[in-house]
Design a protein. Structure first.
Length: 350
């Protein structure tokens, strides 16, 4: 396995979100080492950065798991393969030498070599869309947030949640029982969230645990970065509600960044076209997995990214080790794979 000073890897993975992390596991089973490069300063991608405490319900075998818990479990799962992380830097350029090796350069002035490249950059570079309110900056990070990173921060508080998508409805439903008061603000009484989430919010509203105001945020009131009330423009009226915390869920501004300049075949919506056999891009040896890719029938689910990582890893083996035969094995029965995973069967233990 590579040391901390390594500059040559079997596969370079751009993006350390759940899909990129699981790719390390699939590559490791095949005896391939990996390095993960991410602009964030920690693994986990959007799950850890934007939704660390948001419950996720569609991960196999986990009835519910938070974004951070999922990240922690994936890190535990890939630990035997000792991947390297190059965090807090963005890949600026990828070039392929005549010998087929890729040279990956970052904006931190670092470079490394890899036999294949996985692009697992999620939706690309992202920043939250912010409400257009005077004095917003003075409250950011103290009273105004764009993600729930510490749930305890909101307990017993007067909370206003703005938005009409899944994040807004999910956190309305999850924080209602813990808040002193909770007001949901959306410009319309039609939501872009799952019907079940909308139905649950309406039940909480009927029970007096949530107040829904149809309108737009119009002004903030408070002192020294501490929010006290928010004014809402509701039709011809202005409604003032108590607000110690504002969660603004207006979505993300998404940019591909340098990825858009790498000469890959891009689909509408700034996604990278891939085949469904190997999830390879228009450049041989470069694969795209997770939300960053596009193919007919694509579903933007973490589960889909895991499936794509498995198939891409098997295809990458043939690129990185063209002279070796790939033997398909099961972790339940292969001693070789169990050794790579640093586990042993009960029979061996006896």
């Amino acid at each position: 396995m590579p040391s901390s000073a390594s500059s040559r890897f079997d596969v370079a993975i751009i993006g350390a979100g759940p899909t990129g992390l699981f790719a390390v596991f699939e590559l490791g089973l095949l005896g391939l080492n990996a390095v993960l490069i991410d602009t964030l300063d920690k693994p986990g991608g959007q799950c850890a950065e934007l939704y660390p405490e948001k419950p996720i319900y569609d991960i196999p075998s986990w009835p519910v798991i938070s974004g951070q818990e999922l990240t922690d479990k994936l890190m535990e799962q890939i630990a035997p393969f000792k991947p390297e992380f190059r965090l807090g830097q963005q890949v600026s350029q990828i070039t392929r030498r005549e010998d087929g090796i890729f040279v990956v350069e970052t904006d931190a002035g670092n470079s490394l070599e890899a036999g294949a490249v996985f692009i697992a950059a999620g939706a690309g570079s992202f920043t939250p869309r912010k409400p257009k309110l005077d004095g917003l900056e003075a409250y950011e990070g103290r009273s105004i947030f764009y993600a729930v990173r510490n749930r305890a921060e909101f307990k017993g508080r007067d909370i206003v949640i703005a938005g009409g998508g899944d994040s807004a409805l999910d956190w309305t439903n999850n924080l209602a029982s813990e808040a002193k008061s909770l007001t949901l603000v959306h410009r319309s009484d039609r939501f872009r969230a799952a019907p079940a989430s909308v139905a649950k919010m309406r039940e909480l509203e009927s029970a007096g645990k949530v107040r829904f105001v149809q309108g737009d945020l119009s002004a903030l009131e408070g002192e020294a970065g501490r929010l006290s009330t928010i004014r809402i423009k509701a039709g011809t009226e202005t409604v003032t509600v108590p607000a110690e915390r504002l969660l603004a869920f207006y979505g993300l501004n998404i940019e591909l960044g340098p990825i858009g300049d790498w000469g890959l075949d891009l689909a509408e919506g700034k996604q990278i076209r891939v085949d469904t056999e190997k999830f390879q891009t228009s450049t041989p040896g470069v694969f795209a997995i997770g939300d960053i890719n596009y193919y007919p029938g694509k579903l933007k689910l973490i589960l889909s990214g895991f499936h794509e990582a498995a198939l891409a890893s098997h295809a990458a083996f043939k690129v990185v080790r063209p002279d070796e035969k790939l033997r398909f094995q099961y972790t339940t029965s292969s001693t070789e794979l169990q050794q790579r995973l640093q586990v042993s069967t009960k029979a061996e233990a006896a």
